[in-house]
Design a protein around this ligand. Structure first.
Ligand code: SF4
Length: 390
């Protein structure tokens, strides 16, 4: 039975003011962005709002999430973005909450834009590579100039008490070449309400930096640079910060190990419920799939002619809602499958073998999950030794 979409990632602008050297959007296998209109048209935004409202009503959704994305969404006037969110709120049925966020590189964020976004109830998430200039050396504009000064200005603005309610957190791609604890502490200096770590996109054919691709069956015993990095940050978070800083990946891992339902696409077996609308109105799967092969994210559907329900029947989306049944035999047999879930769907791809493979991060995910499980066991045994309730 298909699970309705709950998160709508709307590309309001297909271009970016930065040209980060590792960006999968512009330097990956899929160059489809070149065919996209630069900005979403009023007609596209109107139809998207209508389709979201229709989907929320058909499935009696109590809440939906709208993520304003790009490219760089702040290349679009915040009043246009606010007008779109207002249309969505008008279109969903009474009682359906709309949480709106905008994910930005921060360089174009100003006090005025932040006020305009906040007035429309749009929270802001900041994408960066760490809290120091040298962490962000690969974040450059099209002339190769560093973006750090603009990023730092945005982070300071968001952390000011008067804007804090509109600050949704920071998103950071893991780079194992950095010092994990130093990087994590540099993020804490930006005072974000939450931290989201994501692994660089890659797969068995185009492996992430520092990993080898090829045959998953021949990858036993490989190094775990990403798992090691995450374990080091986890230890710092677990012992010092876990009650005051939300690091989503770690909280999700702990929840899944405790048998609670998961809520991210990178861990667990829960159905994936996000969908993308491109600037031309095309309905697509998430961008990360574009790292696999050209057209991997496409569904052939668009908001002008198709309801979101039509996308629920797309084989790629159905596979991401099929849980354990859609996984490789090795994953179905794996002791960690309930927690790992074979990781992010895009990271399983291998040319000629599709997506039914373990994650290219299999060894790194095992390293992290066993490490987090060990921390939970230590807490349980400490409590048992002290006579406290588990
Ligand atoms: S740890 Fe590896 S084998 Fe186990 S579910 Fe995850 S990707 Fe699959």
């Amino acid at each position: 039975m298909p699970v309705p979409f709950r998160q709508f990632i709307v590309k309001v602008n297909s271009r970016c003011n930065l040209a980060c050297t590792y960006c999968y959007m512009y330097f990956a296998a899929d160059q489809g962005w070149r065919r996209q209109p630069v900005a979403a048209s009023p007609r596209m935004l109107r139809h998207t709002a209508r389709r979201i409202g229709e989907h929320a009503a058909a499935h009696r959704l109590p809440a939906v999430s709208v993520v304003l994305h790009g490219g760089e969404p702040l290349l679009t006037d915040p009043e246009v973005l606010g007008g779109f969110v207002r249309q969505v709120r008008e279109r969903v049925p009474p009682g359906c909450a709309v949480r709106a966020t905008l994910q930005t590189n921060g360089v174009l964020l100003t006090e005025e834009k932040l006020h305009a976004l906040a007035a429309h109830g749009i929270a802001v998430g900041l994408s960066l590579d760490g809290g120091l200039a040298r962490h962000n050396a690969q974040r450059v504009d099209h002339a190769g100039r560093p973006a750090w000064d603009g990023i730092r200005r945005a982070a300071r603005l968001l952390a000011e008490p008067r804007h804090r309610a509109a600050y949704s957190g920071v998103l950071c791609v893991v780079d194992p070449a950095t010092d994990p604890v130093e990087l994590y502490e540099s993020l804490l200096l930006l005072d974000p309400p939450g931290v989201e770590f994501i692994l660089p996109h890659g797969n068995w054919t185009s492996p992430p930096p520092g990993l080898t691709g090829g045959d998953p069956a021949a990858s036993a015993g490989r190094p775990t640079p990403y798992g090691d990095w995450l374990c080091a940050v986890f230890d710092r978070w677990w012992h010092d910060d876990r009650r005051r800083v939300g690091v989503r990946l770690f909280r999700e891992c702990v929840a899944l190990l405790l048998g609670l339902p998961g809520a991210v696409e990178t861990l667990g077996l829960q159905a994936f419920t996000a969908v993308v609308v491109e600037t031309d109105g095309g309905i697509e799967q998430v961008d990360a799939l574009k790292t696999a092969y050209p057209g991997a994210a496409a569904t052939g559907l668009d908001v002008f002619s198709h309801p979101f329900d039509a996308a629920l029947g797309h084989p790629g989306i159905a596979a991401r809602q099929a849980g354990r049944d859609a996984l490789a035999p090795a994953c179905r047999r794996c002791a960690l499958v309930e927690v790992c879930g074979a990781g992010h769907y895009a990271h399983r791809y291998r040319a000629g073998h599709g997506f039914a493979n373990p994650s290219v991060y299999c060894a790194d995910l095992q390293r992290l999950i066993y490490h987090v499980a060990g921390a939970l066991r230590t807490v349980a045994s400490d409590r048992a030794a002290s006579g406290a309730a588990p």
